[in-house]
Design a protein around this ligand. Structure first.
Ligand code: MG
Length: 265
């Protein structure tokens, strides 16, 4: 007898440029001004002090919206979370409708936008939420996993950084389709236990559960300055703070989210 587990329904929600969007929402002077990743565009950018108590408060409001739909919420940072909505509290018939409703509630109640990915597991949901970003929704149905996954470059898989990517390149593996052609003993021989994970990920398999109690990984220290501080002066402090409070993997994604930066006129 073959027992098949019911397909799970996972949503990954990612607030769009969270810190900058909260700043813009709450300060009319910032409307229409570039506040994200501005250091590359305007070298004389002035750093706008990050207000983490406020971001945390908004993050809690977002969490309250999630809680209307499920108790299985795993926050990854202030602006990102996995939700298991295999069963949802409101009786909506599909995970897609749950995701749509959550995005609409965030927009109408908090005047912020979020992107969402819906999939049968966590890693696919996370890749999906990035697909239509910002302010988008992308759904991967179980039967669509292969057509979605196989053409992607291997660096989209969780845990594949520069080193693993380079090692895979030597095995002539650049896409997930290439990775799927590798057999398990070869991958295990090269990458140990992570080789097993790679083998599964290449097949769209990720049995990791949504863990509600996982602590939020985000900056928790605050500093207040009398005046605006130039980005160049702040950078060493931010880096030091980041090294103390972020794990290496989260650091990059938080920086991408963008600390609010205001361009000098
Ligand atoms: Mg985000």
């Amino acid at each position: 007898m073959v027992c098949e587990m019911a397909a799970r329904k996972i949503i990954h929600i990612d607030m769009d440029a969270f810190y900058a969007s909260v700043e813009q929402r709450d300060d009319p002077q910032l409307h229409g001004k570039p506040v994200v990743r501005a250091e590359r565009l305007c070298p004389n950018a002035t750093f706008l002090l990050p207000d983490f108590p406020r971001y945390r408060a908004v993050s809690s409001q977002v969490r309250e919206i999630f809680k209307r739909h499920t108790d299985l919420i795993e926050p990854l940072s202030l602006d990102e979370a996995y939700l298991d909505v295999s069963e949802n509290k409101t009786g909506l018939p599909t995970a897609t409708q749950v995701a749509r409703t959550i995005r609409e509630q965030i927009r109408s109640e908090l005047s912020l936008t979020a992107s969402a990915g819906v999939a049968p597991n966590k890693f696919l949901a996370k890749i999906a939420s990035d697909r239509k970003k910002p302010n988008g929704l992308f759904v991967i149905q179980p039967e669509e996993i292969d057509s979605f996954l196989l053409p992607l470059p291997v660096d989209r898989l969780p845990g594949v950084g520069k080193v693993t990517e380079e090692k895979l390149k030597h095995l002539e593996v650049q896409t997930i389709a290439d990775l799927r052609r590798m057999d398990l003993p070869t991958l295990e021989g090269r990458f140990g236990r992570y080789g097993v994970r790679l083998y599964e990920l290449a097949r769209g398999i990720d049995n990791s559960e949504v863990v509600p109690d996982r602590p939020t990984q985000s900056i928790s220290a605050e500093d207040t300055f009398e005046q605006d501080v130039l980005l160049a002066e702040m950078e060493p402090m931010i880096r030091k703070l980041a090294e103390h409070t972020w794990t290496a993997s989260r650091k990059e994604s938080q920086l991408k989210t963008g600390l609010p930066i205001r361009c000098s006129p």
